[in-house]
Design a protein around this ligand. Structure first.
Ligand SMILES: NC(=O)C1=CN([C@@H]2O[C@H](COP(=O)(O)OP(=O)(O)OC[C@H]3O[C@@H](n4cnc5c(N)ncnc54)[C@H](OP(=O)(O)O)[C@@H]3O)[C@@H](O)[C@H]2O)C=CC1
Ligand SMILES: O=C(O)[C@H](O)CS(=O)(=O)O
Length: 483
């Protein structure tokens, strides 16, 4: 039972065309991953309803784009303020549908609301360009204009934050956006819609549609009104969106799977490296796209590091996210437990040994013990696929070149981390790592002020920073002749 200060934030109604649509008997149940209890039931919208949302966005587009940036910024700021004021209630809703500890839920909400504030300000700095022309009678001018109606498809691991990260730059640029949240965690998205409406964001500008992923995805991909899709989720679905939208040559931003290496060199501050690894590996029970998936430690410090990491992991308080003492909640579903169990068994079959943890948690169901294994083969599944669970796999190495080669031996390239106190090594390694983001002596790197995104099969485009708004803008070149 949630104890919300503002009960109206917990709604299971989809929000489109300024109207709240409730579920019929075809609805989608939203359950608490901690105990399987029902938290709400959202509508599985028909194709016609999703089309109505697209039409409403198109109807709102011109007016929204034509408003001075300052006006859009004021509304984004209002929305931001409301999110911060209601962060405790939003955190309860998030924890109930996703499972993460309340403290992490609140951190997600607050740190990602910052994208609304940041991009509201950036809206005022969408500068065009005047380019010196090669002829005396000509002037070249570049305008930046909103791309048009946008759609976002978001995942369950950050049910609140992944929405503000996309809606912030879209709305700031002058684009309406329709969000399709993950079916496992739509209530955080709908709570955001309540606050968007309360902030005065006009109807059709921010909408949340719930329902069958493939049907909605196909509509977004095939409808010519939708100019751009921003997606965070698996590489598999990202690839599907590319193929499905190919006919319409749609703009895509894709934040896909990761398989982050976390390298500890022999000169690292080991205590700091352990602290960073705890953050990069165990936050959100290991279900973040920037999670340390493979921990490479120099052979001279590997045993010491494994022991200290295990000591820290053993101290994690595992339990229901709504208990303020909890530091690690359940995984999202039983399939996630099955996946990590398979990765663990594969590593053990190839010679790894358990330092702490080592299997499902005594709480049963969706819980898994914070686990550290060492002596892991570089060929193990855990080193090749995104594990998305609290399994820290330690692999030792003997030279910088070997560590870099191992780190880069993947089709993914989202985040990478390493610990070293040698400045020359810091630059050499950072420049060689094939990743969109590199954390040096830190296990946390996301910020609204920095460009978040990947290379290789981890995606296309960046969220955050002054570059993030460009994902929602088109350049138009004006050639003025005969002057
Ligand atoms: N980069 C990241 O942050 C994330 C990575 N992942 C990785 O992906 C794995 C699988 O997780 P999973 O939840 O299945 O991820 P998905 O990629 O399947 O889901 C992410 C979002 O995409 C939607 N979706 C699924 N299929 C389609 C489609 N055909 N068209 C449009 N939207 C679609 C989902 O909707 P619905 O919920 O309705 O199915 C959800 O909203 C994880 O174990 C992890 O490795 C997962 C989530 C986030
Ligand atoms: O999984 C993600 O999308 C990110 O890890 C979220 S965060 O690191 O920026 O919080």
């Amino acid at each position: 039972m949630l104890s919300l200060r503002d009960k109206s934030l917990l709604t299971a109604n989809a929000y489109l065309d300024g109207t709240w649509i409730c579920a019929d008997d075809q609805g989608i149940d939203v359950t608490n991953p901690a105990d399987g209890s029902l938290v709400g039931r959202v509508p599985s919208l028909s194709r016609e309803m999703v089309q109505r949302a697209i039409d409403a966005a198109e109807a709102a587009r011109e007016d929204w784009a034509a408003r001075p940036a300052r006006q859009r910024a004021v509304l984004l700021r209002r929305w931001y303020d409301l999110i911060i004021e209601n962060a405790d209630d939003l955190a309860q809703i998030l924890t109930a549908e996703q499972g993460k500890p309340l403290s992490e839920a609140k951190a997600e909400i607050v740190s990602n609301a910052a994208y609304l504030e940041w991009f509201g300000e950036e809206a005022k700095r969408v500068y065009g360009e005047v380019i010196p022309a090669p002829a005396a009678d000509r002037r070249f001018i570049v305008l930046k204009q909103p791309i048009g109606v946008c759609a976002a498809v978001t995942p369950w691991n950050f049910p609140n934050g992944m929405i503000t990260r996309k809606a912030g730059p879209a709305l700031a640029a002058g684009c309406p956006i329709i969000v399709k949240p993950a079916s496992q965690t739509p209530l955080s998205a709908l709570a955001l819609a309540v606050l968007a409406e309360r902030a005065g964001i006009p109807k059709g500008v921010f909408q949340v549609v719930t329902g069958k992923a493939q049907m909605i995805g196909t509509l977004f991909c095939k409808n010519p009104t939708v100019a751009k899709i921003s997606f965070t989720g698996s590489t598999e679905v990202g690839r599907w969106l590319i193929a499905e939208s190919a006919d319409g040559i749609k703009r895509l931003s894709l934040e896909l799977g990761g398989n982050a290496p976390f390298i500890v060199f022999e000169d690292a501050d080991l205590d700091a490296a352990v602290q960073g690894a705890m953050m990069a590996k165990f936050r959100n029970s290991g279900q973040t796209c920037v999670c340390a998936n493979r921990i490479y430690v120099h052979e001279s410090v590997a045993d010491k590091f494994a022991y200290r990491l295990a000591q820290a992991a053993e101290k994690l308080v595992v339990g229901v996210g709504s208990d303020p003492a909890t530091e690690q909640g359940p995984l999202i579903d039983r399939a996630a437990v099955e996946k990590v169990t398979r990765h663990l068994q594969d590593a053990l079959d190839r010679g790894a040994r358990v330092v702490t943890g080592g299997g499902p948690h005594a709480l049963g169901g969706t819980w898994f013990q914070p686990t550290v294994i060492t002596g892991v083969s570089p060929d193990a599944l855990v080193a090749r696929e995104e594990t998305f669970a609290p399994l820290a796999a330690i692999i030792s190495f003997s030279s910088d070149d070997e560590a870099i080669a191992l780190a880069n031996a993947t089709e993914f390239g989202l985040a990478a981390y390493f610990y070293s106190r040698d400045l020359a090594r810091v630059f050499r390694v950072a420049e060689k790592l094939e990743a969109g983001m590199v954390g040096v002596n830190t296990g946390a790197l996301a910020s609204e002020a920095a460009p978040f995104g990947g290379v290789k099969q981890s995606g296309i485009g960046r969220e955050g920073s002054r570059h993030g708004i460009d994902e929602y803008l088109e350049m138009k070149y004006l050639c003025l002749a005969g002057l």
